[in-house]
Design a protein around this ligand. Structure first.
Ligand code: KIV
Ligand code: ZN
Length: 383
């Protein structure tokens, strides 16, 4: 069976930038967007044009910088938001206005102070208005997963009739469990069969650490677009990490039977660029792009890795533009130690190697980090 193509919508420059303390300059957004294009994402959400003059310029810079991906700007259901988005996207090869309004009772009552009928009306009007101003319109029901599926289905139907070509049903507050999200999506698709004619998108937040699991459950329930960010940046606990989703779909293609347009060899470079320009460092033990993701310290693991990398690795880091390391620490084995010596040009074997390994273990028990320089008492010419 042919693999189902999943659209990858990157929102690093919009939801990712909503992480406290990140403020990307327009030229930095353009640099990241250019790298996202190399990475092969299908849509780059560049910002929220109306939110500030800087963000307007950021969206403009991204629109001018990339050719292949669609460029999106977020907009509330307000004329000024849609006008600002359209203007900022004027140079885009393919422009997308991403209109959203909340559909959950708490957001409608407490935040918007609107009746459900008014929300439906605003959604319909805004999608229709945006449709005349961009190549594509995406519509999101904010807080969809805490909304009544019947109401969500009604709003989706209206948005599709008004011209939306992508409908996004976000787990805005990261509340859903994977099986609940899947049932919710199946129910809405059942209640709104018109969704078959558009792209069904998901957007998950990581408040319970479930953003990636929820996005993957959504793929099984028929989602055709996933929204995600590089390094999992985003509001509060972040968004679903793009690199984790893509690699899960790829490594477990046997289970998902899907494909994406992502060039996995660009993952490492993209992650490093986003880390550098946002100033948000990646947690060491984060999947795929964390410094420890392909580091093996324990002796048994190092021995296995030296015999066959597949003993402890399900992905080849070099294919992702990343590297495998065998750091030396208190758990390391003789085999990896000998290799490190040989790689550093220290030619020792037999008793000499045994002695050096003993010294290394003694030091490793006392310190967090031991280098060969320490083991050879700073006499050897270790680079
Ligand atoms: O989390 C969310 O609901 C959003 C929407 C604006 C798509 O970011
Ligand atoms: Zn979000």
């Amino acid at each position: 069976m042919a693999a189902r193509r999943i659209t990858i919508f990157d929102t690093t420059l919009r939801d990712g930038e909503q992480s406290p303390g990140i403020a990307l300059q327009p030229h930095e957004k353009a640099e990241i967007a250019t790298q996202l294009e190399r990475l092969g994402v299908d849509v780059v959400e560049a910002g929220f044009a109306v939110s500030s003059p800087g963000d307007f310029e950021g969206v403009r810079a991204v629109a001018a910088a990339v050719d292949r991906p669609a460029v999106a700007s977020l907009a509330r259901t307000r004329k000024e938001d849609i006008d600002a988005s359209a203007e900022a996207l004027a140079d885009a090869q393919r422009s997308r206005i991403h209109v959203f309004i909340a559909t959950s009772p708490i957001h409608m009552e407490k935040k918007l102070r609107l009746e459900p009928a008014e929300v439906v009306e605003q959604a319909r009007w805004a999608v229709g208005y945006a449709n005349a101003k961009a190549d594509e319109v995406e519509f999101s029901c904010e807080d969809a997963t805490r909304s009544d599926p019947r109401f969500v289905a009604k709003v989706c139907r209206e948005a599709i009739e008004a011209g939306a070509t992508t409908i996004n049903l976000p787990d805005t507050v990261g509340y859903c469990l994977p099986e609940e999200y899947a049932s919710f999506l199946l129910e809405v698709q059942h209640l709104c069969p018109e969704l078959e004619e558009v792209s069904l998108s998901v957007h998950c937040h990581n408040d319970l650490g479930l953003a990636v699991a929820n996005s993957l459950a959504a793929v099984r329930a028929g989602a055709t677009q996933i929204e995600a960010t590089i390094n999992g940046l985003g509001e509060r606990a972040g968004n679903a990490a793009l690199e984790e989703i893509v690699m899960a779909l790829r490594v477990r293609r046997d289970s998902f039977e899907t494909e994406t347009g992502i060039v996995v060899g660009e993952i490492g470079k993209t992650s490093h660029l986003v880390e550098r320009l946002t100033g948000y460092s990646v947690q060491r033990c984060k999947a795929i792009v964390g410094a420890n993701a392909f580091a093996h310290e324990a002796g048994i693991h190092q021995d296995g890795m030296l015999k066959d990398a597949q003993t402890y690795q399900i992905m080849d880091p070099t294919e992702l533009g990343l590297v495998m390391t065998l750091p030396l620490g208190k758990h390391s084995g003789r085999h990896a130690f000998a290799l490190a010596c040989a790689e550093a040009g220290i030619q020792i074997e037999g008793d000499e190697l045994n002695e050096a390994f003993k010294r290394f273990k003694q030091l490793a028990d006392q310190r967090k980090q031991v280098t060969l320089y320490d083991v050879f008492e700073r006499e050897a010419a270790v680079p």
